[in-house]
Design a protein around this ligand. Structure first.
Ligand code: ZN
Length: 277
């Protein structure tokens, strides 16, 4: 039985029905235009896309090309492209890596027998389909959006992940100095000049920053977790969903820089660049 999208995630999945004729046309086009390995990969990815669409998205996503890219640009291992045409691309590292870690996607119907590198590529496709779902639902598709958190919450339950992906909401809080007092900054007019009070002093306002907080106000333990059995997901767990941060796949595709501009900016300390997908 396909999974049912819970009410809180409903608005982050398009209110549509998959055009399965278009899906068949895309498979047909791949057979006609690609050959050899390229064709094999694309057809396999499309079948995985189909299974995930049925099992997790109530068959509401629209078919697109899912392609296998030999060249990896920078650190990306997967990409959901919206322009000039919608397309999901997988770079070779998504497929090459062969760590037999905890097989999360295997818990999904239709994926019980996937192993090694197949497992990784299917996980990356699921991740890209979450971006696709948000985009097609007209929502912010970024990793730090509330919609992303909602889909992580829903799919985390489906896959039996150990985190509680609380629905994050952005809230503004004052920035405090070392003594715990709010830092104030001048208010600027349209030309960028300080707005002055009658006494000639600049009008000030508290400096605020955006932070992400769980939308459900639950009590937490001393470590900031909601419960022992289901710890709250750290923000960094959201962008590598459905992988855990410590997974061998994420570690393997993370680059640590010890020289260069980014390191200089970081006071000479090494900079970790996680995989982009
Ligand atoms: Zn992503």
């Amino acid at each position: 039985m396909p999974n049912k999208i819970p009410d809180y995630a409903r608005q982050y999945v398009p209110d549509a029905q998959t055009d399965w004729k278009l899906f068949d046309s895309i498979c047909y086009a791949v057979k006609g235009t690609a050959s050899g390995e390229e064709q094999d990969y694309s057809l396999m990815y499309l079948q995985w896309w189909k299974t995930i669409n049925i099992e997790c998205f109530e068959s509401r996503l629209q078919p697109l090309f899912v392609s296998h890219e030999v060249a990896a640009y920078g650190h990306w291992i997967g990409l959901c492209q919206y322009q000039p045409q919608r397309q999901i691309k997988l770079a070779t590292p998504a497929f090459k890596h062969n760590h037999h870690e905890k097989a999360v996607i295997n818990r999904l119907a239709g994926f019980e027998d996937l192993i090694g590198s197949h497992h990784n590529a299917a996980m990356v496709i699921l991740h890209e389909m979450m971006h696709q779902s948000l985009f097609e639902a007209g929502k912010n598709p970024d990793h730090d959006s509330i919609g992303w958190a909602a889909l992580c919450g829903y799919l985390g339950e489906v896959l039996g992940l150990p985190y509680d992906y609380q629905h994050l909401k952005l809230t503004k809080v004052p920035v405090l100095d070392d003594n715990g007092n709010p830092i104030k900054i001048p208010i600027l007019d349209g030309d960028g000049n300080p707005v002055l009070l009658k006494n000639g002093k600049p009008k000030m306002k508290p400096l605020r920053k955006n932070i992400r907080v769980p939308s459900d106000a639950q009590s937490r333990d001393s470590k900031g977790r909601f419960s022992e059995s289901k710890p709250l997901a750290p923000y960094s767990a959201f962008y590598c969903f459905p992988y855990s941060e410590e997974s061998a796949f994420i570690q393997h595709n993370t680059t640590v820089k010890t020289i260069g501009k980014a390191v200089e900016k970081n006071d000479g300390k090494p900079v970790s660049i996680p995989p982009q997908f």
